[in-house]
Design a protein around this ligand. Structure first.
Ligand code: ADP
Ligand code: MG
Length: 627
């Protein structure tokens, strides 16, 4: 009945990962042990979960554990678990032929600027292959918990493009991964070394990780039965009282949870008792994990849902909104039904409460950093500030709280550093000012150099300089903060006091012939030409209507392939400027058109818009330069 032994090829991408793993990952080789133990622990979690509905799966052998052993003579290290095991098809799908979505991301990350670092491998869901960092042959012997003894599978590969599959008899369920060590990897054949690696990387795995007590060898006698001892802490950390957990424990747990090797930046650990009891342990990493950086939003991992200490599933999407997707951790609920499915979870009322509590805890934590630990807050904001901004539109209920946490560069800030909050701004506002002013641009320099700022600078009014791509989009959902309006200095009419209004009217009247001349010269390229109240030094700038998108953003979206409507810009001019005097005086129509067009084009460039015809611009500029 069993399929015969056969040889198969890895899919091209898996072969590439293996090549990379065997040839480039020299540092931190020991990570293989953490990854194999993590898989064994996942397998035990899965068995425990499936046993809820089918207790017979773990009958007779319900003490789940992971055994790490070594054989000096055979030069092997074996990681064994009595977890769920794999069927033949699962072996092929999970560790054999087929590339997972993480495979490509791993390849991209490792061939990019990122120095190949073995410690990253687990973050991509390809941790199993780290076995080939230290082994030149790997054997997996496994049997699924619900399969008969005759349906064991032996998988073996030297990691060079092919593997063999063979049916085997296996009396017990579970998986053994046997590493045939490369010639110079003898350090892993020592009990103290394996034990210390387990302590270092896997102390907080919730199942006992056992290792043989080293018994003195007795020549000629029958080998004594192996005596095992547990090498890790083997408890669910989050179930302990906070006072019993050291910072080191928290950090250790975080690292094994997130396959991270950096410390977490901060965490919050809470127990809610009541009609519905649950525990949350939530971490903010100190650096963006790879899935965040690479836009991998398809399969969010990192927040594990337990019910009464039984791991149920990765439920990051169910437990946290998208804008907090950088959070890692554990939620353990006492009162959810153990047989929940993802579908049930998505419409579960209790879960809504837990989700609300998670959001609150994370926002509390970030607020605490902002208040008490500015250094950490800066690190947080650099790493995740732009992700947090998504919450402005995603989480209307917490909009004000999130807005309070945002920081920007400002005309009254410290250079390009994003340190000014809306509250800082309001604290410095002049009496009677009811608007928070900002400008958006491609970069800090472009924002700071915007001609539209000139009148604000002259009057000493602070302007926030926003240069992250998400800012313009975010501001679409944030029209007010603390009862004050938020307005773009480049958009709409400026609110002028009576004196300014008069001046503006007079200037417009005086410039009427010039405005008419410019409109005729520019024809279709502009919607309107007006005298500006924004300019003091520059000759011209663009002004947008309240609903128009900033030109730099229109350009970016167009470059990304979006169909953007052609907007005819409003050109604002400063009639006092010498260039406008020149246009006024110029009688040669061709020369006047060149000047007028350059006035428009420089305003477009300053706003980050795309020139419709850059070559024509250059020719025009050269004609004017040569007089
Ligand atoms: P990840 O653990 O992130 O899914 P890995 O490359 O570490 O990625 O493992 C790939 C898959 O192989 C696992 O998802 C699991 O399905 C399977 N697997 C690996 N080791 C075991 C094991 N000890 N028991 C059962 N399944 C395993
Ligand atoms: Mg794994």
């Amino acid at each position: 009945m069993n399929a015969p032994a056969e040889t198969r090829k890895f899919e091209a991408e898996v072969a590439q990962v293996l090549h990379l793993v065997t040839h480039s990952l020299y540092s931190h080789k020991e990570i293989f042990l953490r990854e194999l133990i993590s898989n064994a622990s996942d397998a035990c979690d899965k068995l425990r979960f499936e046993s809820i509905a089918k207790p017979e799966l773990s009958a007779g052998d319900s003490e789940l554990h992971i055994d790490v052993s070594w054989d000096e003579a055979a030069r092997t290290v074996t990681v064994h678990d009595n977890g769920i095991g794999m069927s033949r098809d699962e072996v092929v799908a999970n560790i054999g032929t087929i590339a997972s979505s993480g495979t490509r991301r791993f390849l991209e990350a490792m061939s990019g600027e990122q120095k190949a670092d073995a410690r990253l491998i687990g973050q991509f869901g390809v941790g199993f292959y780290s076995a080939f960092v230290v082994a030149d042959k790997v054997t997996v012997i496994t049997r699924r918990a619900d399969a008969p003894a005759g349906e064991g599978v032996k998988w073996e590969s030297d990691g060079k493009g092919e593997y063999t599959l063979e049916p085997v008899e296996l009396a017990e369920r579970g998986t053994s991964v046997i590493l045939h060590l490369k010639a110079d990897e003898d350090e892993f054949l020592k009990g103290w070394q394996l034990r210390s690696l387990i302590r270092k990387y896997s102390d907080h795995v919730a199942f006992p990780i056992r290792i043989p007590k080293e018994a003195p060898e007795k020549d000629g006698e029958e080998a004594p039965a192996v005596e095992w001892e547990t090498a890790n802490d083997a408890s669910a950390l989050w179930t302990k009282p906070r006072a019993d957990i050291s910072d080191e424990d928290y950090q250790g747990f975080y690292k094994s949870l997130g396959h991270d090797f950096n410390d977490a930046l901060a965490w919050t650990h809470n127990r809610v008792e009541g009609s519905q009891s649950f525990t949350t342990l939530l971490y903010i990493p100190s650096q963006p994990p790879f899935d965040l950086m690479m836009g991998g939003r398809d399969e969010r991992k990192g927040l594990k849902l337990y019910i009464k200490r039984v791991f149920i599933m990765d439920a990051a999407e169910e437990l946290l909104p998208n804008y907090l997707r950088f959070v890692r951790g554990v939620v353990d609920a006492d009162d959810l039904p153990l047989n929940v499915s993802r579908e049930i979870l998505q419409q579960n009322r209790q879960l809504d409460r837990i989700k609300g509590a998670c959001v609150k805890r994370v926002l509390d934590l970030i607020e605490k950093l902002a208040k008490d630990e500015p250094g950490k807050f800066t690190t947080f904001y650099k790493a995740f500030g732009n992700t947090l901004k998504e919450g402005i539109s995603e989480d209307a209920n917490n909009r004000e709280r999130i807005a309070k946490l945002l920081r920007f560069a400002s005309t009254k800030g410290e250079g390009s550093a994003q340190t000014v909050s809306f509250d800082d701004y309001i604290g410095r506002m002049a009496v009677g000012q009811d608007t928070l002013w900002f400008i958006t641009a491609d970069s800090y320099a472009a924002a700071l150099g915007s001609p539209q700022l000139e009148a604000f600078k002259a009057k000493g009014i602070e302007v926030l300089l926003m240069s992250d791509r998400i800012d313009e989009w975010m501001l679409g959902s944030l029209s007010e903060y603390a009862g004050k309006k938020l307005k773009n200095v480049a958009k709409g009419e400026l609110p002028l006091d009576e004196a300014d209004k008069k001046k503006q009217e007079q200037a417009s009247k005086a410039a009427e012939p010039l405005l008419k001349k410019l409109k005729e010269l520019l024809g279709d390229r502009v919607g309107e030409v007006k005298v500006s109240a924004r300019l003091t030094d520059s000759p011209s700038c663009l002004a947008l209507s309240d609903y128009e998108m900033a030109p730099h953003l229109t350009r970016l979206l167009r470059e990304a392939g979006h169909d953007m409507p052609e907007n005819k810009p409003t050109l604002e001019i400063n009639p006092q400027h010498a260039l406008l005097k020149r246009v006024e005086a110029e009688t040669d129509e061709a020369k006047a058109r060149d000047l007028a067009t350059l006035l428009l084009e420089q305003a477009e460039i300053a706003a980050g818009a795309q020139l419709p015809d850059p070559a024509a611009f250059v020719q025009r500029m050269n004609r004017v330069l040569l007089g």
